[in-house]
Design a protein around this ligand. Structure first.
Ligand code: SF4
Length: 476
């Protein structure tokens, strides 16, 4: 148990629960199973009957753990915590005063201001609320039993109660289409305050969607599927290229539209444990972000120790570019400095992006070229790539608003305008990049992963260009 407790440290665990190095968190189960039957959920593999422990039994364990190990935080691992209101209220009454912070998972219809007040007063600092999708079609297909309006109300109430949220939008239900994906993503872009996470649905044994995928032959060999650790499955009606598009849309929105805090300090003395100090964009308190990892696919997220709300640190970890990419970057710069023909600059940028698709400068150069040539649609697409690579750069968001305005698609510009307003309000005007070098084997695998992920969907620009280059200025 002592070893277990040392594993739960800032950066390793739910940020809202782990207040500091002195947090001693233990897992707790008060029930097994769940009375609901969402199609993606594999709780049924733990037994189809919903079973409860008595609260006397639960509190005897908790009091023993507190007395023996100084436990002061609890993650409740119940699939669904206390669907019965009277039990929830009794739990709150009994845990209040023990000096224990706790977190649990709930459904939207369990939430109201009164119960949230009791939970907060008794030490609850984070709720994993079942959100899953913001498309009614998908929610119905999941047999979730909640509506978009219910979920939205519950999220707002948790936010107002100053309890942290740990919730996901999940994509890839059999009823998913690019339209339903966009519905959820547009909603996400308009509600960055909830700091939702995003993921793709796993088809896990025990879930209804797994059984259907096997029955339909989407999963052809269940044994091979299990021994390969349940790889991704496309059980939607979307063809593979649309599925790839879904993935890139999700990663774009996730990277580009979350709320950020203002970075006030950054400690990079220990690359294993990078720490960003930020001001909470909601209450202004100081919060430390320990979730910065040397992996460009992970976002740096933090929960405010005062209001518990989640936000991003405006930090992106980049792998140090390969020697080849660095040389190519110099070629791009040389062609810009010597005012080479547009086609030559474009070709150098494309070569660079094939080596390093996260090179924001190359995307910005291509954007400037397309803009100078009056290619409004293409330039907006290129700018979107630049935003993805440099997601807290205020100037890029402002340019995007302008660009979409030129295209006459005002509503589409709204989410970029809101992000720009947010960044301006909290005083963030650029992304803070941390370049890390990794051991050669790790660098290789991470880079491959990133390239593979991005290459499948980022169309490296290739527009027909005139031979003579117009004078151009690159956006910076
Ligand atoms: S997702 Fe939650 S509510 Fe739905 S079946 Fe699973 S545990 Fe129950």
């Amino acid at each position: 148990m002592d070893i277990y407790l040392t594993l739960h440290r800032p950066g390793n665990c739910a940020p809202a629960l782990i207040a500091d190095e002195n947090t001693r968190v233990m897992p707790l189960l008060t029930s097994r199973g769940c009375p609901y039957s969402c199609t993606f959920c594999c709780h049924e593999s733990a037994g189809r009957r919903y079973r409860l422990r008595s609260l006397d039994h639960v509190f005897a364990e908790l009091e023993w753990a507190q007395a023996t190990y100084g436990v002061n935080a609890v993650t409740i691992y119940d699939d669904l915590f206390c669907p019965k209101r009277s039990r929830l209220e009794e739990f709150c009454r009994r845990i209040a005063g023990m000096g224990i912070r706790w977190e649990c998972s709930m459904r939207a219809e369990q939430i109201d201001p009164d119960v949230l007040k009791k939970m907060k007063e008794s030490g609850c600092c984070c709720i994993g609320l079942g959100v899953e999708s913001m498309s009614e079609t998908v929610l119905r297909s999941m047999k979730k039993g909640t509506t978009k309006a219910q979920v939205e109300t519950a999220l707002g109430q948790v936010y107002q109660a100053e309890i942290g949220l740990w919730s996901n939008l999940i994509f890839g239900d059999p009823a998913e289409t690019l339209d339903t994906v966009r519905e959820s993503l547009e909603w996400y872009a308009n509600h960055p305050e909830f700091s939702l996470r995003m993921a793709f649905i796993g088809y896990h044994p025990g879930s209804r969607i797994y059984e259907e995928a096997v029955a339909k032959g989407v999963i052809k060999n269940p044994t091979a599927f299990l021994t390969s650790r349940c790889p991704e499955v496309n059980a939607t009606a979307m063809p593979a290229d649309e599925c790839a598009k879904m993935r890139i849309l999700v990663s774009r929105y996730l990277q580009s539209f979350g709320h950020a805090g203002k970075l006030v300090d950054f400690d990079s003395r220990n690359l294993e444990r990078l720490v960003a100090t930020c001001l909470c964009p909601y209450c202004g308190s100081t919060a430390h972000c320990h979730t910065i990892k040397p992996n460009p696919l992970l976002l740096a997220t933090v929960n405010c120790p005062k209001c518990n709300r989640g936000f991003r640190a405006p930090v992106v970890v980049r792998l140090v570019a390969t020697k080849e990419a660095q040389q190519q970057e110099a070629v791009v710069q040389d062609r810009i400095d010597t005012r080479a023909p547009v086609a030559a600059i474009e070709s150098a940028c494309n070569k660079l992006l094939a080596l390093d698709p996260t090179n924001a400068h190359a995307w910005v150069v291509l954007f400037s070229l397309a803009k100078a040539l009056g290619k409004t649609v293409e330039s907006a697409i290129l700018l979107e790539h630049a935003i993805y690579a440099d997601p807290y750069n205020l100037a890029l968001f402002e340019k995007m608003v302008e660009q979409l305005g030129l295209l006459g698609v005002g509503p589409a510009a709204d989410k970029y305008r809101k992000k720009a307003e947010h960044l301006r309000r909290i005083g963030v005007d650029r992304t803070f990049f941390v370049d890390v070098g990794l051991p050669p084997d790790q660098e290789h695998s991470l880079r491959d992963l990133l390239l593979q992920y991005l290459k499948q969907s980022i169309p490296v620009a290739s527009f027909p260009l005139p031979n003579a280059a117009p004078a151009m200025a690159c956006a910076s």
